[in-house]
Write a protein that binds this ligand. Structure first.
Ligand code: 6PG
Length: 243
């Protein structure tokens, strides 16, 4: 039974993770170039995007990427110190942002002090300050690009299966205090969907089944319920896309 709001989106398949990273880096550069400043980009955590972040900061891309026009946000964060190997901010900082002269006031990591609930509230306020309003206006996306990964259980960001945050349709960020060893702060469906373009980066044969299920329109896992305002693109390598 297909979901009424199911959208398969556009699938782009590349031979391997490096080729996929190069394609996404090129696509991202083009997205920023065609968007008036400031361009708000929501970064994904996890392992898959690391190759992309490294590429963007490499000699092949850094000179052409319009760094000065971009504001950097995160779709979720593990509630650990930024120097912890699990930190999504720490991963993007080490792979990319520390290698580029991006002004600190253009980088908005999710707070990891206080409690996860307080951090979520503070991050919601940060997003609203940058957006310039406390309610999302259909004519004006919160993000111009939102990068996401896909978990084998069908989660994206920290929208984990069976967690209360899946029902959150008002707050822009929320705490997730079960389902993983460490607490999380995640953006919610309203803020993640308020994007001109949502791009999933999916690599490896372990993701082939879940990718096929999510794009089939017959799945109810968290990533399948995401209904972006704008484009939905799946960047997959050959192993994840399957035969
Ligand atoms: C996180 C991510 C999470 C990730 C998926 C895929 O904080 O872990 O936001 O949603 O994107 O779990 O992770 P991999 O890219 O490591 O497979």
């Amino acid at each position: 039974m297909k979901r009424a709001d199911a959208r398969p989106g556009r699938l782009e398949v590349y031979p391997d993770p490096l080729a996929l990273g190069a394609a996404v880096a090129q696509w991202l550069t083009e997205q920023v170039e065609r968007t008036p400043s400031p361009v708000r980009i929501c970064l994904s955590g996890g392992g898959t995007p690391k190759a992309l972040y490294r590429l963007l900061a490499s000699d092949g891309f850094r000179a052409d990427f319009p760094w000065g026009r971009v504001l950097w946000f995160w779709g979720d964060e593990r509630f650990v110190p930024y120097d912890d190997p699990e930190s999504n901010y720490g991963m993007a900082r080490d792979a990319m942002l520390s290698k580029i002269p991006v002004p600190p006031d253009q980088i908005f990591p999710i707070p990891v002090d206080g409690t996860p609930a307080e951090a979520a509230e503070r991050y919601e306020a940060t997003l609203q300050r940058s957006y310039g309003a406390v309610t999302l206006e259909p004519s004006r996306p919160l993000f111009h690009v939102t990068l996401l990964g896909l978990g084998e259980d069908g989660h994206c960001a920290s929208l984990l299966p069976g967690t209360p945050v899946l029902k959150e349709r008002v707050r822009w960020a929320a705490p997730v205090t079960r389902g993983r060893p460490e607490a999380r702060v995640t953006l919610t469906y309203p803020s993640l969907e308020a994007s001109s373009a949502v791009a999933f980066l999916v690599t490896g044969s372990a993701k082939a089944t879940i990718l096929r299920q999510v794009r089939s329109g017959a799945s109810d896992v968290p990533a399948a319920r995401l209904n972006p305002w704008g484009e939905l693109i799946w960047f997959a390598d050959r192993e994840a896309a399957g035969p």
